[in-house]
Ligand binder design. Structure first.
Ligand SMILES: Nc1ncnc2c1ncn2[C@@H]1O[C@H](COP(=O)(O)OP(=O)(O)OP(=O)(O)O)[C@@H](O)[C@H]1O
Length: 675
């Protein structure tokens, strides 16, 4: 700190019975915090220790003393090393890897940018001396003779730091500080004067100056003051880039990529789940006057992580918002916005804490539930599910070695053959990510650990193959033979997407005597009901061409049932599957259950594009579907997937529902196809 207490006639500090003043001195608090602590300690000294106010004051002071006001870790900005860290812990994340490295590259570039300084002094000699000294330090330096000239320069250009004389004609240093804060709030100020008094110093620091130097200037102090004022520059500029938001199903590596970013930068990592957030005050803290009041979770997190520039993962951001008191989305906006978060005020602290150096990363399973203004601030990085080949690679390189080590199965390592891993992937897991896979591998390792303890290394010497894995793990949990060859009348296989990944569903339709109603059951959202109605209307209006009796609805009810779980959100894309199930029912032609469909249906029979194509095709792969039918407008998505997944099933792209019927229905082939 460059606040010269002895020259500024500071009052003699009172005795320090609690030891807090000494702690405060050692903590090297920012001036404003030091003042708040001192005034709280003085108040405590006048209060009886048995009174509640005393312990409220004590908690407050201890909280202020425990926060990392100045503690930062230095960033490691070696991009090559960052890539090594990433590749050393992850596989199968091509696009995500590129996006993360691009983000880090822009940080490196920002950090290498030359810092710009403005010197404002009415004495030409002082100006040119300071310019000379600071230019030799490698800064880009401009000069101005008074506040007005400085404001004119500020209108054209941004400065990282302004070193200004206090007493000047035509807008002095204090007026400049006030005017400049309005147009360039991030610029740091260092005030210099020969007439230092406690009052002006305090006023300058309160107005936002970061340092206060008195004349004659000690050059060592000046260099140090500028260096420390610029310390946060790297992070602040980088933070202007959008906040990364990792979006994808569970277990695809969002958290672990966040950790890898922290490791690559040499920063500490903190993860906070927002799923259980019930009250906005949990984030921003409660006012000190409440008994048991505490700072909000953001400030508490920084206290526990011990630095003010960690990588801070805001997990499950899409889960906040419902039944929460206050407006947490607004609070999040403030926390994430670099224009505001440099002066983030927690209700308990009642003073600004600089969050601008925190590297925030958000995660979500889907973007639909994120508030619009929040989404605007975020740069979405989509994590999609893994194919079987990618899962095998991840399991072989990372999950299995980690679990073997974790279960004490070190040398001689038991051999788990790839065929065993493939069987675990196919029969013991059904997921987009690899969390379940890791759990099953851990289960296998526990069995092996027990065998080794009971029978020694010999007992686990034989390599574990596919059958060995099945013996150890017990009966298979998932059978993917649903989409097997053959077919049923009135049942069609569909592909849907939900936040937990892609899924295969079976749409069933049946007809019985009744007054002509459409009955819908299963997990149907409103959109899905509309899809069913559209499919039925299309069939009724095209009965002739589709080979359906025109009056099939008279005297009959149609019942459509969709048994699967999380599909209510992906209603439109089930339209095509419903149409196939209905035409199958009404024509008596069985629908092939190994043909999986997804497409939105229009009233005139066009097949419209759908989302989540990668997840859907991966679900079809898992479900052993022989063929996938998708809208022609999704051709680019299919092509993109073909590049990363070798064993794609054949994909038929259709423009109209009749083309899908030709592929999916057996019997009288092509009879209903118009092309
Ligand atoms: N591409 C990958 N390479 C290596 N390991 C991976 C990869 N993807 C996931 N993992 C591992 O899978 C496990 C689960 O990953 P993680 O916790 O990061 O998932 P997540 O996407 O954050 O899930 P959730 O949304 O449920 O929080 C971790 O042990 C992680 O290391």
């Amino acid at each position: 700190m460059f606040f010269r207490k002895q020259e500024l006639e500071a009052p003699v500090p009172p005795a320090d019975p609690t030891g807090l003043r000494e702690k405060c001195r050692q903590a090297e608090l920012p001036e404003a915090v030091g003042i708040a602590v001192e005034s709280e300690i003085s108040r405590m000294e006048k209060t009886d220790a048995a009174v509640a106010e005393y312990s409220i004051g004590l908690n407050y002071v201890e909280t202020l003393l425990s926060l990392p006001w100045n503690a930062v870790t230095q960033d490691n900005l070696d991009l090559g090393q960052a890539a090594e860290v990433f590749d050393g812990s992850h596989a199968g994340l091509g696009q995500v890897r590129e996006r993360v490295l691009e983000h880090l590259a822009s940080r490196v570039l920002h950090s290498k940018r030359q810092a710009s300084l403005l010197i404002v002094d009415d004495e030409p000699i002082a100006r040119s001396n300071l310019r000379h000294v600071l230019a030799r330090e490698g800064y880009a330096v401009e000069v101005a003779a008074n506040g007005e000239e400085a404001m004119a320069l500020l209108a054209r250009q941004e400065f990282d730091c302004i070193v200004t004389d206090l007493k000047m004609d035509r807008m002095d240093g204090m007026q400049l500080l006030e005017a400049a804060r309005a147009v360039a709030p991030e610029t740091k100020f260092i005030l210099v004067t020969g007439y230092a008094t406690v009052d002006t110093a305090v006023q300058a620091l309160k107005t936002g100056a970061v340092h206060y130097l008195s004349k004659p200037i000690d050059l060592g102090e000046l260099r140090e003051a500028v260096r420390s004022a610029l310390l946060s520059r790297t992070h602040r500029y980088s933070n202007r880039s959008p906040i990364l938001c990792f979006v994808g199903p569970p277990g695809v590596g969002k958290t672990s990529v966040g950790k890898a970013i922290a490791e690559a930068l040499g920063r500490r990592f903190y993860r906070m789940s927002l799923a259980d957030l019930r009250d906005e005050a949990e984030l921003r803290g409660h006012r000190r006057t409440y008994v048991g009041a505490m700072p909000g979770r953001i400030i508490q997190a920084l206290k526990s992580v011990g630095v003010r520039n960690p990588v801070f993962m805001l997990d499950e951001m899409d889960k906040i918002g419902q039944d929460v008191k206050g407006d947490p989305a607004m609070a999040m906006l403030e926390i994430l916005d670099p224009e505001q978060n440099a002066r983030y005020v927690d209700r308990y602290l009642e003073m600004p804490f600089d969050l601008s150096e925190v590297l925030f990363i958000a995660t979500a399973n889907g973007v639909e539930r994120l508030a619009g203004p929040l989404l605007d601030r975020l740069e979405v990085v989509q994590f999609s599910g893994y194919s079987e080949g990618e899962k095998l690679d991840i399991a072989t390189r990372f999950l299995l070695p980690r679990q073997l080590r974790g279960h004490g199965l070190t040398s001689p390592y038991p051999t788990i053959l790839p065929e065993a891993l493939v069987r675990i992937i196919r029969e013991y897991t059904n997921e987009s990510g690899v969390r379940g896979l890791e759990r099953e591998i851990a289960r296998l390792c526990r069995k092996l650990a027990r065998l080794r303890l009971d029978g020694g290394a010999e007992a686990v010497a034989a390599p574990v193959g596919s059958d060995g894995a099945a013996v150890l793990l017990g009966p298979a949990r998932f059978r993917h033979d649903d989409a097997k060859a053959g077919g049923l009348v009135g049942t069609a296989t569909g592909l849907v997407w939900s936040e937990t990944g892609g899924e295969i569903i079976f749409v069933e339709a049946t007809r019985m005597r009744g007054p002509g109603q459409l009955i819908l059951t299963g997990s149907l959202g409103g959109v899905l009901k509309e899809s069913a109605q559209i499919a039925l209307s299309f069939i009724r209006s095209n009965a002739g061409t589709l080979g359906v009796e025109p009056d099939f609805f008279e005297g009959h009810d149609i019942h459509i049932h969709i048994p699967a779980g999380g599909i209510a959100k992906d209603g439109p894309s089930a339209g095509l599957t419903i149409a196939v199930a209905l035409v199958s029912l009404l024509t008596g032609r069985p629908a092939r259950s190994d043909v999986a469909l997804s497409g939105e249906l229009s009233l005139v029979g066009r097949v419209l594009p759908v989302s989540g194509v990668r997840e859907k095709i991966l679900a079809a792969l898992r479900g052993r579907a022989a063929m996938v039918v998708l809208p022609v407008a999704n051709a680019a998505d299919v092509e993109a997937l073909r590049e990363s997944v070798a064993d794609l099933p054949p994909v038929v792209l259709v423009e109209r529902v009749e083309q899908a019927l030709a592929v999916a229905l057996t019997g009288q082939e092509d009879a209903a196809c118009t092309e």
